[in-house]
Design a protein around this ligand. Sequence first.
Ligand code: SF4
Ligand code: SF4
Length: 285
Amino acid sequence: MAKRPKYDNIFEYLDEHYEFKSPSNPLTKFYKKDISENQYAHLDGPVSSELTEFTDEENAARTVSEFAKAAGADLVGFTAVSDSFVFEGQDVPHKFAVVLAMEMDFDLIDSAPDWPSGTEVLRVYWRLGAVAVKVAEFIRNLGYAARAHHPRGFVGRPPTILHTRAAIEAGLGEAGRTGLLITEEFGPRVRAATVTTDLKLPQSEPKKFGVDEYCSSCNLCQKACEGDAIPDEKADIRGYHKYTIDAYKCLPYFAEYDGCNLCVSKCAFNRRGDDLKRFLEQLKA
Ligand code: SF4
Ligand code: SF4
C-alpha cells in the first residue's frame, strides 16, 4: 500500500498556510469555490438499475473513452486498480480505473513562476474535475458503480489516488525526474484525474518513449528549482525505484509563486506540438 504524505492534503496545507496574492485571485478563488461547493458533492452517486451490457471490455473502453473526450479530456487510459496508486488506508472498492489527462496552456505555463502559470493549473483542476465527475456519472448511468477522484484531491480529507502513478500504469506517459507525468502529446504540461469503477475495462499498453533515459543525463528542472527539491538519484519508494521531489522543500516556493511550475516550464519535454514531435523522433533515432 502506498504511504500517505505527512500532510493530509497539499492544497489544504497551502490554503491554511498561504494566501494566493496574485492578480488572478478572483479566478483562483472561484475555481476553488466551485470545486468545493459543486464538484465534491458529485464525485459518487446512485447507480442506474438499467444495465448496459458490452460485448467485451474493449467495447466498454471505446464507449467510455469517446464520452470522456467529448466531455473534454485530452487523454484517456485504463488500468486495474492497484495498491501502487491507492493511498494507504483509503477505501477504493472498485477493480478498474479510467485515467484522464488534460493539457495546460503552453504560454501560461511558460510564464512560470509568475501567477498566470499557477492560475492555469487551478483552471485545469477545475475543468478536469468537472470531466471526471461527468465520466463517473456516465458510467453509473450505464449501470456500474463509479467514483471520481478529484485531480485537486478533496480538501479536508486525505487523498485517495496518486494520479501520476495511475496515469503511468494506464499508459498515458512516463515519470520524469520531477516525478510528474510526461506525455508524448503535451510533455509535462498535463494534469491527471482518476475514475474508479466496477465496469470491466482492459489494461492499456504502458508507454515508453525515452523519458527515463533522457532524465538520467538532464538536469534542467534541477537547475530551475529554487527550492533544491528535485533529486539527483532515484530512491525505492512504495515498491518503485523512482525519482521523488522533496515536497517540504518545494512547498514554500510553490506557495510563494502561486504554484511555481518552473520544473514544468523548463523541462526539456515542454515543447509545442511539432517541436515536441521532432524532439521525440530524435530520441528514437
Ligand atoms: S514547483 Fe518549483 S519549487 Fe517545486 S519542485 Fe518544481 S521548480 Fe522546485
Ligand atoms: S527537465 Fe530534464 S531531467 Fe527534468 S524531468 Fe524534464 S527531461 Fe527529466
